[in-house]
Write a protein that binds this ligand. Structure first.
Ligand code: A3D
Length: 320
């Protein structure tokens, strides 16, 4: 059986890291696509040359021609611009919306059966626009943010409790922005919910509140440190986790920006929710129950996402 084909649209910091991870994990053959002259070819060759030492079998190629992504099983989209210090994710909207149009059309023409994972910011609006421009089925187009935000939350919790992060489960709901909702009630250490751990004296409410806020600010913290761009190792790892769930039909329960129509009181919009990812793409949205306070935070986040979608429609009338 031929190896799966993975197309990476955008060969910048995240794109290059995705290619390296996909190769090392032998998820399939990789095509790196970018408009920057020589960049995708250079990264593809560099990674291919790591193959003999690492010992992986995966073909690597770089291109600026959409025809070369033909028949891709997975497309991961990072094309566009990333944040610099002082910029919000929303500042990227106008530039990246135009990029989503060309990417969506390229995917529709050459890889219409692919599972598409968007990473370009502002995430929830861009995945919505990418789906609109590509016309692919909603279950085959989703956005990566929840896995990353949850991983940040899990990392901070593991540090706080001094336990292995493998035993910390957590998830973050809502839009990938300042209004995201790290769920304290549904996060656990080996199945013990965080509110119980507070009662057990493992931590305090104040420390939990600070960790929730640090999770919300997780992207900005790294932008502030790097100064020239945004996070890329953890974002790439998170998207690879989603791609692997699809390629291996793992039925992983992962938070992602999915099309929600009916669940959580929403009627047809992209926002971060827990989902099941398998060979059918986003196979299910987990319709979790929120308490009053969580619902209010989720509603605020949903409204922020809707505001960005409306702004997209204002910029490109064809999306109306
Ligand atoms: P960067 O290293 O700048 O790479 C972006 C690449 O896109 C560059 O190589 C560009 O040449 C390329 N590009 C620009 N326009 C096009 C186009 N029309 N077609 C194809 N390629 C194009 O950025 P990055 O890899 O660090 O980040 C990529 C995106 O991911 C940005 O929008 C970030 O804001 C976003 N991001 C999202 C998260 C989430 O959790 C959702 C986390 C981190 C970064």
């Amino acid at each position: 059986m031929a190896r799966p084909k993975i197309a990476l649209i955008g060969a910048g910091n995240i794109g290059g890291t995705l290619a390296h991870l996909a190769a090392v994990k032998e998820l399939g053959d990789v095509v790196l696509f970018d408009i920057a002259d020589g960049l995708p070819q250079g990264k593809a060759l560099d990674i291919a040359e790591s193959g003999p030492s690492e010992g992986f079998d995966a073909a690597m190629s770089g291109t600026s021609d959409y025809a070369d992504i033909a028949g891709a099983d997975v497309c991961i989209v990072t094309a566009g611009v990333a944040r610099k210090p002082g910029m919000s994710r929303d500042d990227l909207l106008g530039i990246n919306l135009k990029v989503m149009k060309s990417v969506g059309e390229g995917i529709a023409k050459h890889a219409p059966n692919a599972f598409v994972i968007c990473i370009t910011n502002p995430l929830d609006a861009m995945v919505w626009a990418l789906r609109e421009f590509s016309g692919l089925p909603h279950n085959m187009v989703c956005g990566m943010a929840g896995v990353l935000d949850s991983a940040r939350f899990r990392h901070f919790l593991a540090e706080e409790f001094d336990v292995s992060m493998r035993d910390v489960t957590a998830f973050v709901l809502g839009g990938h922005g300042d209004t995201m909702v790290p769920s304290v009630r549904y996060s656990t250490v080996a199945g013990i919910p965080l509110p119980d751990l507070i009662e057990m004296g493992w931590t305090t409410q104040e420390k939990m509140d600070a960790i929730v806020q640090r999770t919300r600010d997780g992207g900005a913290e790294i932008v502030g440190l790097l100064k020239t761009g945004s996070a890329f190792y953890a974002p790439a790892t998170s998207a690879i986790e989603m791609a692997e769930a699809f390629l291996k039909d793992q039925k992983r329960v992962l938070p992602c920006a999915a099309y929600v129509d009916g669940a959580l009181g929403l009627n047809g919009m992209y926002v971060g929710v827990p989902t099941v990812i398998g060979a059918g793409g986003v196979e299910r949205v987990v319709n979790i129950k929120l308490n009053k306070e969580e619902q209010a935070m989720f509603d605020t986040s949903v409204a922020a996402v809707q505001g960005l979608v409306d702004a997209c429609i204002g910029i490109d009338g064809s999306l109306a």
